[in-house]
Design a protein around this ligand. Structure first.
Ligand code: AMP
Ligand code: MG
Length: 362
């Protein structure tokens, strides 16, 4: 079924018939140098032919993305790696065998085939083989690697539903493939293979613990481990220097263990006395708050289970969009343990809070 939407064609991929026709139209758009938004297992991507500089420039203008923020090149087959790079480090093979297809992006020295605009002028290229069947099929039918950042306007939360893509990019993208909710909910892990010890530049869908189990030594870029000193450090992953998402209302992130983190949230509410606060909270936190005296007009937006960071990752971006819709005047975010998928969740929350972080102690 096609739903015309301004100059954007939207396809709901619910039957096999629709799927073939939609993929053919979307792949033809990619071949013509146009933009296609498509589901991946992390978030929705805004894709263009990675080898066509003019097409890739359209991604930057549609998103309002700074030109020095490089894109991830998506492939459907491991054979597509070698034309994109000038050398393949030995560590690539065990990583690809363990985590591809999946939410791991690998950085390697780029070949001349990759236009500078795709890599934001860097001499390295970021490559990922996604596991989502629609993403794979689109790349195969288009017969070219697809450069794709998240399909949101720059500064907005990444889209986990086709309706989020349309809210941001209606009329700015030729085709939207609606494949339902993206599963993981946060972006891929970006791992730099050009350093002597592989370096996590962005935590994401594959955890530090998973990587360490396969290759042993993995380091976290200082910008990820310490957001407070990040502004003074040289930039390794240009995307990390931009405020990822600024909620409309001022936001504070409260970190610590339960129940101290909830007590501190309540205490901050009592001190600040906002007119219309929004609490970004886990299910456990919500249960605790229902037993407390609360200010009027306090909005709760639930993001998942406290000790299941994967459920929080899946709900985080939709919850951030919801807080904007509710037009709250101040946001309080419940921090979780930065372990496993919690590392990626806390990285996104710290950046949404713009560094305004409070520690709750028992
Ligand atoms: P997005 O596609 O919006 O999820 O952003 C892609 C992320 O990958 C950004 O944080 C980029 O800075 C990072 N990235 C892409 N290519 C490179 C590269 N060649 N070197 C370092 N970081 C990269
Ligand atoms: Mg993005």
């Amino acid at each position: 079924m096609t739903i015309p939407s301004g100059s954007t064609q939207v396809f709901r991929l619910n039957t096999d018939e629709t799927q073939d026709e939609a993929l053919r139209i979307a792949a033809a758009a990619i071949r013509r140098g146009e933009l296609v938004a498509f589901p991946t297992e992390t978030v929705y991507g805004l894709g263009a032919d990675a080898l066509n500089a003019a097409a890739v420039e359209r991604i930057f203008s549609a998103k309002g993305r700074p030109a020095d923020n490089p894109l991830i090149v998506h492939i459907a087959d491991i054979e597509q790696v070698s034309p994109l790079v000038c050398s393949i480090p030995a560590i690539f093979y065990p990583l690809a065998a363990a985590f591809w297809p999946g939410p791991l992006t690998l950085i390697m020295p780029k070949s001349a085939a990759v236009p500078d605009v795709t890599t934001g002028g860097l001499d390295t290229v970021a490559i990922r083989l996604p596991s989502h069947p629609v993403a794979q099929a689109l790349i195969r039918v288009a017969q070219t690697p697809i450069a794709a950042p998240s399909a949101n306007r720059s500064g907005r939360p990444s889209p986990t539903l086709a309706q989020h893509v349309l809210a941001d990019l209606q009329g700015r993208v030729a085709v939207v493939l609606d494949g339902g909710a993206a599963g993981v909910g946060v972006e891929s892990t970006v791992l730099d293979l050009t350093t002597s010890v592989p370096t996590i530049l962005r935590p994401g869908g594959v955890t530090w613990e998973d990587l360490a189990a396969v290759i042993g030594d993995v380091q976290l870029d200082t910008r990820v481990s310490d957001i407070n000193t990040a502004a003074d450090l040289p930039v390794r992953s240009p995307g990390m220097k931009y405020r990822h998402y600024a909620p409309l209302a001022p936001a504070v992130l409260i970190e610590g263990e339960a129940p101290f983190v909830w007590e501190k949230m309540l205490q901050s509410l009592q001190v600040d006395q906002p007119q219309h606060p929004g609490l970004l909270i886990t299910e456990e936190g919500y249960d605790w708050f229902t037993r407390q005296p609360l200010p009027e007009r306090c909005e709760f937006v639930l993001m998942g289970k406290r000790y299941r960071p994967d459920t929080i990752a899946a709900g985080l971006y939709a919850a951030l969009r919801r807080l904007d819709e509710l037009q709250v005047d101040r946001i309080y975010m419940e921090g979780i343990a930065p372990q496993g998928m919690g590392l990626a969740v806390m990285n996104r929350m710290r950046r949404a809070a713009g560094g305004l972080i409070v520690q709750a102690e028992g």
